[in-house]
Ligand binder design. Structure first.
Ligand code: NOJ
Ligand code: CA
Length: 557
């Protein structure tokens, strides 16, 4: 594998709205990110991905951009971004922005002009079709529920929106649109942005070859995913995008490529000449210990996750690097998803981190993850803030759930749980803001906060620092990035373990991902202990005795 600067990434995702408010309006801003750069240096990170900060009506919290050239005043201005880039650069941190080009906001001037004149220049920037005698041009369901088509006024024309109706899809078949996007991307790169997380990118190409699909829900619609995810021909767009922008700037790009990437195309996406530097892998993101399927079976769930993680690694097998993450702004918090409620503590929280952290690939953390922020369950639906939550609620009711069932499910799995304000300290509003924040702070902030954990050498934060320091240490950095991957104890229930080897070094990462102890025959002679979430590691006659949720990293002879 050709070596690249971004291979050494210890990344940190920031949801700016909830990171730090500096001007007392209850909303996080760019100056708030700059204010915490030294804290991120302390943790050991070197790349930041900022969720969207462009101008937006915030129907999807910034994933609906109405002006690609401007920063939303809610977050500050371009000067603040330049300042952030400069200050980050001084500390060896690179800034990635979020590139949202599958769709714009319905308030984007391009779309407004398209509505006025669907046959004109800007009408061709979007996907506008005649309706049929049944209504919408086809029966695709939008990813956020309801028809993927919205009628334009009282005409017989409809526009496509794979996400909410406030996010019309751009027409990538139009070269003029593509050119306009490339120029915009290059302007941000010229400004000093070092790359992008590229939103919803697997949906750029739509395959309209099929007529209506068989209806599969009470809404009378059909799941059209296979027709608008990594559709045949998408590579032409992705390659052109890369060649005209990223490649020219040696940018780092992380494609948000939903599941469904055929293994044989992997190299095209993340190989040496791939469309992206890396992609986020979704394989673990659908699991939840409290879902109907996994309730009371947490160990079986871990085994299923192990199977998928290992299959993914076998598939990649040195052909590129995945971007390994546990949390983001679209998922509830890690421990809530992977650990039964009564087992959540320092050990299980650090164990989950250990599973993911040393896999081949690069690492990305989400704000609050390193201090173990938890979900804040709501009493009422109207305490949520995301329009898509309400769309989902209505959809679930339409599909036969009771109001209570739907609310329970949302309360358990909502992506909004990760969006509560960052818990910096035990001051009012967790030090996030001097006024009431836009979204309620989790009341547990007096116990779970950055300041307290930073002082405590036994905190989860301290453990994350140790993991990061190990990954970055001169002796092991290349091993964790480029080393081979071999599963260990694959059939041992609840144990997720692997060996990483590079040059003459070899390391075993052993995670006992269950509430019971485990005794395992070691795969070799231990040279040294590199990391453990318990003070002691018991090894007798070649057998390692692991405590509940113990994670260890051992160097082998
Ligand atoms: C993925 C983003 O992560 C999510 O937050 C957003 O709603 C959709 N893409 C649509 O842009
Ligand atoms: Ca603010």
């Amino acid at each position: 594998m050709l070596k690249n600067w971004w291979h050494n990434t210890i990344g940190y995702q920031i949801y700016p709205k909830s990171f730090q408010d500096t001007n007392g309006d209850g909303i996080g801003d760019l100056k708030g990110v700059t204010a915490h750069l030294d804290d991120l240096v302390d943790l050991g990170i070197n790349v930041i991905w900022l969720c969207p900060v462009n101008k937006s009506p915030m129907k999807d919290h910034g994933y609906d951009i109405s002006d690609y050239e401007e920063i939303d005043p809610m977050f500050g201005n371009k000067g603040d971004l330049i300042e952030l880039i400069r200050e980050a650069d001084r500390r060896g941190i690179r800034i990635l922005m979020d590139l949202v080009v599958n769709h714009t906001s319905s308030e984007h001037p391009w779309f407004q002009r398209a509505l006025e004149d669907p046959d004109g220049k800007y009408g061709k920037y979007y996907i506008i079709r005649e309706g049929t005698d049944k209504g919408a041009p086809n029966n695709w369901r939008s990813i956020f529920g309801g028809s993927a088509w919205e009628r334009i006024g009282d005409t017989n024309r409809y526009y496509l929106h794979l996400f909410t109706k406030w996010q019309p899809d751009l027409n990538w078949e139009n070269p003029a649109l593509r050119q306009e996007i490339y120029e915009m991307v290059n302007r941000w790169l010229d400004l000093g942005v070092r790359g992008f997380r590229v939103d919803a990118i697997s949906h750029l190409k739509k395959d309209f070859s099929a007529p209506d699909l068989p209806v599969d829900g009470a809404d009378g619609l059909a799941d059209g995913f296979a027709f608008f995810t990594n559709a045949e021909g998408i590579g032409v767009f992705l390659n052109e995008l890369k060649e005209n922008t990223f490649q020219r700037h040696d940018a780092m790009t992380i494609g948000e490529v939903d599941e469904g990437l055929p293994p044989e195309t992997l190299e095209k996406y993340i190989g040496e000449n791939g469309y992206f530097s890396t992609i986020f892998d979704f394989c673990h993101s659908i699991f939840h210990v409290n879902s109907a399927k996994w309730k009371d079976q947490p160990v079986a769930m871990m085994d299923e996750i192990k199977k998928l993680l290992f299959e993914k690694q076998a598939m990649v097998n040195g052909r590129g690097l995945l971007c390994n993450y546990l949390e983001n702004h679209d998922l509830s918090r890690t421990v809530e998803r992977f650990i039964p409620e009564n087992e959540i503590d320092f050990y299980s929280s650090s164990l989950v981190a250990g599973i993911n952290f040393f896999l081949p690939g690069i690492v990305f953390l989400y704000q609050g993850q390193a201090i173990g922020m938890r979900d804040f369950r709501k009493e009422r639906l109207d305490e949520f803030r995301d329009p898509t939550t309400f769309v989902l609620y209505e959809e679930q009711i339409r599909n036969g759930m009771t109001a209570e069932e739907s609310f329970d499910q949302i309360n358990r799995e909502s992506r909004e749980h990760s969006r509560t304000p960052m818990q910096w300290n035990s001051a009012p509003n967790a030090g996030f803001s001097t006024v009431e924040p836009w979204f309620a702070v989790n009341p547990n902030y007096r116990e779970i906060n950055y300041e307290t954990q930073k002082k405590d050498p036994n905190s989860l934060y301290a453990f994350y620092k140790k993991m990061i320091a190990l990954r970055k240490s001169g002796d092991f950095q290349e091993l964790f990035i480029y080393g081979s991957f071999d599963p260990l104890y694959e059939d041992e229930p609840g144990v997720i373990a692997y060996r990483r080897s590079y040059d003459s070094r070899s390391v075993a990462v052993i995670n006992n991902a269950k509430p019971d102890e485990a005794a395992l025959t070691l795969p070799g002679t231990v040279k040294s202990t590199l990391l453990s979430n318990y003070d002691t590691i018991v090894i007798n006659s070649g057998i390692i005795h692991l405590k509940r949720y113990q994670t260890v990293v051992l160097e082998l002879l």
